[in-house]
Design a protein around this ligand. Structure first.
Ligand code: SF4
Length: 295
């Protein structure tokens, strides 16, 4: 289980901390590596990137992020069941154990339901997760799928020397052609056309990593939006992924520049509504803490 504040970014998506960064936690200076979540953070707001990747400030749990984690766990475990048991009822039965597992791994998520002695809010929250799972079955038939990989950690080093990494929710391999399909579940709603570039960037990112890992460009990148039952499909090509590689090199150069100068600019946007750091943000009248000393 990828626990807690996960990278299954939905609406608040890029506003979640990234477990792919956990192994980099020891150093205050960012390693020369980037995950899609952190890349998106920097593009959204350099100061947000700083709070997460440099200061490594904790963020309170949210019901949406916890639900995302639990639903992703169920969708991963669903494929442990025999194909005939991969039903909406079978998925619902996995929900409470996934919640119990998250609670054991991250007791602080229990705070979400502290003021709920009747258990009503927890039941409603679990039901909202079950509804997302029900919707999943309107989009795919898991009885006909045998994923090649689930919750797959991917990592590659680009020609610039930048390490790129993250977790792919599911990787399917076509039995005859061997074509790869990357599938990512989102528990939010699909963005409008003006905002599709962010999730598509994430998918191109994974397409690039897999290309570098296996020497083969995935045939299809697919985002499954459980919030409103839409599926976004995208067929990457070489030019596209090379452009993504150049973009990542430029992004990393900008991160290193901010690291050198100490200038992490706040870039207010609608996403500030989901930001846990408003009280520390100059755009909202706050003062960031001193930068951690560099080792
Ligand atoms: S509140 Fe907005 S501007 Fe400030 S750090 Fe968060 S996302 Fe950036």
């Amino acid at each position: 289980m990828r626990t807690g504040q996960d990278m299954h970014a939905d609406a608040s998506a890029s506003t979640q901390a990234d477990p792919a960064d956990a192994d980099a936690a020891a150093g205050q200076q960012p390693e020369r590596s980037l995950s899609p979540s952190r890349a998106t953070d920097f593009m959204t707001c350099p100061l947000l990137y700083r709070f997460r990747a440099i200061d490594r400030l904790p963020e309170p749990p949210t019901a949406a992020a916890a639900r995302g984690t639990v639903v992703h766990t169920v969708l991963e475990r669903l494929f442990d069941l025999p194909s005939t048991a991969r039903t909406p009822e079978g998925a619902r039965a996995l929900l409470e154990p996934a919640w119990a597992e998250l609670l054991a791994a991250e007791p602080e998520v229990g705070e979400l339901f502290h003021d709920d002695p009747s258990g009503e809010a927890l039941r409603a929250w679990l039901e909202s997760g079950a509804e997302l799972l029900d919707r999943y079955f309107t989009l795919e038939d898991p009885q006909r799928l045998e994923p090649a990989e689930r919750e797959m950690y991917v990592e590659a080093t680009l020609t610039s020397g930048l390490q790129v990494r993250g977790y792919v929710d599911r990787l399917d391999r076509a039995p005859v052609t061997g074509d790869l399909r990357v599938v990512d579940y989102k528990t939010g709603r699909a963005p409008g056309p003006d905002f599709e570039h962010r999730p598509l960037f994430q998918m191109r990112f994974y397409g690039l990593v897999l290309w570098r890992m296996h020497g083969v460009i995935p045939r299809l990148l697919q985002l499954v939006y459980l919030g409103n039952g839409e599926v976004l499909r995208y067929e990457p090509d070489e030019d596209d992924l090379l452009a993504t590689e150049r973009k990542l090199a430029a992004l990393w150069a900008a991160i290193e520049r901010a690291q050198r100068t100490g200038e992490w600019r706040a870039r207010p946007s609608k996403l500030c509504d989901w930001c846990a750091f408003q009280s520390l943000c100059p755009a909202w009248g706050g003062t960031p803490p001193p930068l951690p000393e560099q080792s």
